[in-house]
Design a binder for this molecule. Structure first.
Ligand code: SAH
Ligand code: SF4
Ligand code: F3S
Length: 465
């Protein structure tokens, strides 16, 4: 199926908009919603659309679950603990509903797309009102109207391989920072990963739609955007196309541009070159390596080996010496030996990532790796991940310490939870910096002299004048 046929027709979007207006008329004023978002940036962006729809339907945001008339869980299932968290959260709502029988409980997101999951949720938890999948989330208004008017449980999860939807409302969580989807789904089928099953086939948005969204964000004051996709290098079938998109986004003059995630197997020469040329492309790249051993990488179906990964790192650093690299690592893939794990440690030592997100392998039903023999005990895997975390921690500390004394432009995004006199933001390389200042500076880029380094963040002071 090509992108044209995957696109949800405009009439269908208009139909949902009419339903939103109807629901607005049907509900008493002052209804509140609360969305809980689990999982990755894709879900964060999807929640902004769901929040936009709820706003159109007359809801306002509630600060807590207790205050809400409607609670929506946007779930993740990439690892078992993500799924347990979603389930645990949802089960807890049963108590809330006892005190507030009119409370509406909705569950969407990746977990609902797992085989048999939607049915089992509806059957096991009769207090859930609505379950919908990732491919039909644009029909949320229609489903909600049905729940409200018929007071029945509604569940619909489609296995269409996925859609592209333009023109839905959105409620952005931060005016200075915007997530922009460039593609959806994934065709890579890494052997451990459930994402291709729950997010459907790879499909790219039209370049003009993406640029239009970026312009809108820019005109509304965004200082930074992050382009999103499970594998941005596959944007419209090839790294060159993604590089082309980046050049066009760069020309919009949004101060900071980042993207994620990039798959090492098709990180193109054009993209590496872009790091040397584009003014707004920030010097950091999340490049998940997953493992440092060739045999494991092969069984993971990653389509690159250790040497290819290391050569990408060398070339990126040749073009952009200050680039900060971050990564994802899976420990304890089925059958991983101690020696194979040590290859991961040595790769981490060699690359010196700014940060690494480390996960113990979690079997996911339906994936190929879930069928593989896995003789290594959980105890052993836990011990391995601790060694990896300790190694990365020492590298992160050294990288951060190397920033002391430098002056960095920090885009302020938050006030510290500990002290109102402390604000925080990111450097171009995506290091978090806290420094004394007041909330008015949120959204501004402030030159900050780095004075000390903590475990994962820097401290500094604003350089005025
Ligand atoms: N599309 C992104 C990754 C999305 S999932 C990419 O390819 O880089 C985010 C991370 O979760 C992955 O990079 C991987 O490290 C981890 N992950 C995915 N499936 C997993 C599993 N079954 N067990 C443990 N970690 C997993
Ligand atoms: Fe999962 Fe691999 Fe696709 Fe990333 S590229 S989402 S790890 S299958
Ligand atoms: Fe989780 Fe779905 Fe993202 S499974 S990691 S929320 S794409």
């Amino acid at each position: 199926m090509n992108n044209e046929t995957r696109r949800v027709p405009e009439e269908e979007i208009l139909r949902q908009k009419e339903i939103m207006a109807r629901v607005r008329g049907m509900l008493p004023a002052g209804r509140k919603y609360h969305i809980v978002t689990l999982g990755c940036q894709m879900n964060v962006r999807d929640s902004e659309t769901l929040a936009g729809m709820l706003t159109e339907m007359g809801f306002t945001e509630a600060a807590t679950r207790e205050e809400a008339d409607l609670i929506l869980y946007n779930t993740c299932c990439v690892r078992e603990n993500a799924e347990n968290k979603a389930l645990g959260n949802v089960i807890w709502l049963k108590e809330l509903k006892k005190d507030k029988p009119e409370l509406i409980i909705c569950v969407g997101g990746c977990m609902t797309q797992e085989e048999g999951m939607a049915e089992s949720l509806i059957r096991q938890y009769p207090f859930i009102d609505l379950v919908f999948g990732t491919h039909n989330a644009y029909r949320f208004p229609e489903y909600l109207e049905k729940v409200l008017s018929d007071r029945v449980q509604v569940f619909e999860v489609l296995d269409t391989g996925g859609t592209i939807c333009e023109g839905l409302p959105e409620k952005r969580s931060n005016p200075y920072f915007g997530f922009v989807n460039i593609m959806y789904g994934c065709n890579n089928f890494c052997s451990y990963c459930i994402v291709p099953y729950v997010r459907g086939r790879e499909r790219s948005r039209e370049m003009d739609d993406i640029l239009g969204e970026c312009k809108r964000l820019r005109d509304a004051g965004a200082r930074e955007i992050m382009l999103l996709g499970q594998n941005v290098n596959s944007y419209m079938g090839g790294g060159a196309k993604f590089a082309e998109l980046l050049y066009r986004v760069d020309a919009l003059d949004i101060p900071r541009v980042r993207f994620m995630t990039s798959h090492p197997k098709d990180l193109s020469d054009e993209l590496i070159a872009a790091y040397g040329e584009l003014r707004h492309l920030m010097p950091n790249l999340h490049l998940p390596v997953q493992a440092g051993n060739d045999e494991i990488l092969k069984r993971m179906n990653r389509h690159y080996d250790r040497e290819k990964y290391l050569s990408l790192v060398r070339r990126l650093r040749a073009v952009r010496p200050d680039i900060g690299l971050t990564t994802d690592v899976i420990v304890g893939f089925p059958g991983e030996t101690e020696a194979q794990f040590e290859d991961t440690l040595s790769l981490v030592r060699e690359v010196r990532f700014d940060a690494a997100y480390t996960f113990i392998y979690s079997p996911r039903a339906g994936t190929r790796a879930a069928e593989m023999d896995d003789p290594v005990s959980m105890e052993e895997k836990t011990e391995r991940i601790q060694r990896l975390i300790a190694l990365q921690q020492s590298i992160t500390s050294e990288v951060l310490a190397s920033q002391i004394g430098r002056i960095q432009p920090v885009l302020v995004d938050s006030v510290s939870t500990r002290s109102e006199q402390t604000i925080g933001g990111k450097t171009p390389r995506a290091h978090m910096v806290n420094f004394p200042g007041s909330a008015e500076r949120i959204g501004q880029t402030v030159p900050v002299r780095i004075t000390s380094a903590g475990k994962n963040t820097l401290r500094g002071e604003a350089v005025e004048g």
